[in-house]
Design a protein around this ligand. Structure first.
Ligand code: HEC
Ligand code: HEC
Ligand code: HEC
Ligand code: HEC
Ligand code: HEC
Ligand code: HEC
Ligand code: HEC
Ligand code: HEC
Ligand code: HEC
Ligand code: HEC
Length: 313
């Protein structure tokens, strides 16, 4: 027993010597590296000082943030830079010398993780349309606020919404390039024409609905604009009630009316023609110019006509 403890004791001594030397090593390398010396604490110096060296950031004066903060947050322009970048006296006194560790005693969002950046922004922007940011697809995939927003170099006209690109669509296309191709298709909702945008349907900050939809389901999304398809109808068409995307593509289609497939194939995915009166007598009728099945079954989304059971009127 005793022998055993002595053995363990000497291991402990060795271990602590090793650990001590490691901490010393770390401390020395910390001093050698460009970490700020911890003895001094940075203080606030004001925007005027920053702008002496960062004249190109003068444009921040026209930024929505600079304009809104005095009223909304009681933050005067002079205090604005350091609200995001942290107190800058050490950085300023390093006078641009990158060999002086103090130079790096300034918060540079470009060097922060998406989560750390979001934390800064959410101090003021929690809630509202960002209520579901935490756990959203974008948040969990490490998409940063700064992938879509730019604090100093917004490209949107007049800096509106501080977008990183000229429009909402262009902002999204940075990563969702396949959507760009889909919206080029012949049938599409009027996004290209500037009458709608991705954010009419999606909330990029997160939502309760599926696929970042603003509404709780696909059908609620579509029906928020296409209310005439809502029903309830006397004669419902089951797949319409279930999901508009049984037949439509939201981002564009080669087939007219955003359809997933050409008619009659669209319908034949579900309807085997077995008992159909027209097929039996004259199959050619099924290929009636263009509208095919809907030539006769025109009330494809549901009918309110007393004898509209076959969705014909
Ligand atoms: C004495 C001149 C000087 C002053 C004053 C000054 N800076 Fe700098 N700063 C520089 C130089 C030079 C650079 C490096 C070149 C550049 O990025 O423009 C720099 C870089 C930075 C960076 C990037 C740091 C990094 O990690 O690469 C930030 C952020 C920054 N400054 C913010 C500020 C803010 C905010 C203030 C006011 C609190 C300020 N600066 C005051 C000279 C100065
Ligand atoms: C709302 C927060 C915010 C405010 C206020 C702000 N900045 Fe920034 N700044 C950022 C962010 C975020 C970045 C990272 C890049 C970007 O989005 O433009 C940045 C980048 C910078 C950089 C460049 C860092 C680099 O490595 O390129 C400098 C320099 C800078 N800011 C200086 C200033 C000065 C000077 C002011 C005040 C006039 C100021 N900032 C006000 C958020 C802010
Ligand atoms: C995937 C892109 C994207 C990301 C990531 C993103 N935003 Fe946005 N944000 C947008 C778009 C697009 C709009 C414009 C919405 C519209 O068209 O109504 C917007 C609008 C805003 C607005 C103004 C209107 C509103 O909805 O309140 C604020 C504030 C905002 N975002 C803050 C943030 C913050 C903070 C983060 C990070 C936590 C963030 N955003 C992350 C794309 C994004
Ligand atoms: C000190 C508080 C504060 C911080 C920090 C802050 N904001 Fe803001 N932001 C505001 C206020 C106030 C407005 C004005 C509109 C409003 O009242 O919501 C605003 C507006 C915006 C807008 C909308 C601009 C428009 O045209 O309507 C966006 C986008 C935005 N901020 C993004 C961000 C992002 C991204 C960050 C982090 C890099 C950030 N903000 C940091 C307070 C803040
Ligand atoms: C910086 C890159 C980036 C930008 C910019 C971006 N996204 Fe995303 N988006 C992603 C990633 C990554 C995913 C997750 C992809 C995956 O899981 O397949 C995603 C997923 C999505 C999804 C599917 C969500 C789900 O639950 O399946 C939607 C919808 C979406 N983004 C819409 C948008 C919209 C609208 C914009 C513009 C406002 C935008 N995105 C801008 C990277 C981005
Ligand atoms: C009219 C409404 C609407 C508009 C406008 C819209 N979307 Fe969607 N989006 C949807 C619906 C509905 C889904 C779900 C698709 C599914 O479940 O198959 C979806 C799914 C997505 C997805 C994830 C699944 C996939 O198809 O890859 C991404 C990414 C996406 N949209 C990006 C965008 C972008 C980027 C824009 C703008 C260029 C945009 N959406 C415009 C309704 C819309
Ligand atoms: C924000 C409003 C809005 C939402 C949400 C919306 N749409 Fe649309 N949709 C429009 C507008 C606007 C048009 C063009 C109408 C016109 O040109 O008369 C349109 C056109 C259409 C068309 C006809 C396209 C053509 O080529 O003629 C179809 C089909 C369609 N939408 C289906 C859908 C589906 C399915 C959804 C849900 C995924 C949906 N819409 C969600 C606004 C919306
Ligand atoms: C069973 C397949 C099917 C389903 C499911 C479906 N549609 Fe359609 N939709 C069609 C067909 C086929 C057309 C073309 C009709 C025509 O050419 O007369 C069409 C046309 C449209 C149009 C454009 C022409 C018009 O009638 O205004 C809109 C808008 C539309 N659908 C919205 C919706 C919405 C919203 C839903 C979900 C509630 C939905 N559709 C579900 C098959 C379907
Ligand atoms: C996703 C599957 C699906 C698609 C696609 C589909 N339907 Fe249907 N349809 C159904 C279902 C399910 C019913 C209800 C059948 C029942 O009650 O026996 C139905 C019912 C009908 C009825 C009424 C039949 C009756 O028994 O009263 C007609 C007519 C009809 N569909 C025509 C069409 C046409 C035309 C198309 C193409 C534009 C189409 N359907 C596309 C699934 C579909
Ligand atoms: C020339 C007009 C016409 C065309 C075109 C047409 N139908 Fe019909 N369809 C009818 C009539 C009339 C009935 C009702 C028969 C009855 O009540 O006995 C019917 C009944 C149906 C029914 C319900 C009867 C059954 O089979 O259970 C379905 C489903 C249907 N059609 C699907 C389709 C599909 C799918 C197409 C395209 C491939 C199509 N129809 C094309 C006239 C047409």
């Amino acid at each position: 027993m005793r022998k055993n403890t002595r053995w363990m004791g000497s291991v402990l001594v060795l271990l602590s010597v090793f650990l001590l030397s490691r901490t010393l090593e770390k401390r020395i390398s910390a001093q050698e590296s460009k970490e700020p010396s911890s003895s001094k604490a940075a203080e606030f110096v004001g925007a005027e000082t920053c702008l002496q060296c960062h004249a190109n950031r003068e444009s921040f004066k026209d930024n929505i943030h600079a304009k809104a903060w005095p009223r909304a947050k009681g933050i005067e322009f002079s205090k604005s830079c350091e609200t995001c970048h942290g107190p800058g006296s050490l950085h300023a006194s390093a006078a641009g010398d990158k060999n002086n560790p103090d130079f790096f005693a300034i918060r540079n969002p470009k060097k922060l993780s998406s989560k750390e950046i979001a934390k800064t922004c959410l101090e003021c922007h929690k809630g509202g349309t960002r209520f579901h940011w935490e756990g959203s697809k974008h948040e969990s995939q490490d998409v940063s606020c700064l992938s879509c927003h730019s604090m100093h170099e917004a490209k949107s006209p007049g800096g509106k919404l501080l977008l990183a690109k000229a429009s909402v669509m262009e902002t999204c296309f940075q990563c969702h390039n396949t959507k760009k191709a889909q919206f080029q298709r012949s049938s599409h909702m009027p996004l290209r024409e500037g009458k709608m945008s991705c954010t009419d349907c999606h909330n990029p900050h997160g939502s309760v609905g599926p696929t970042l939809l603003k509404q709780a389901s696909v059908n609620e999304n579509c029906l928020s604009c296409h209310a005439e398809k809502k029903g309830p109808f006397l004669w419902e068409h089951a797949p319409v009630r279930e999901n508009c995307l049984n037949c439509h593509q939201p981002h564009g289609s080669q087939h007219d009316r955003l359809l997933k497939a050409k008619r009659p194939r669209l319908c034949q995915q579900c309807h085997i023609e077995a008992r159909h009166p027209v097929t039996a007598s004259n199959p050619d009728n099924l290929h009636l110019a263009g509208r095919s099945c809907t030539e006769c079954h025109s009330q494809i989304h549901g009918s309110n006509h007393p004898s509209g059971v076959r969705l014909q009127r």
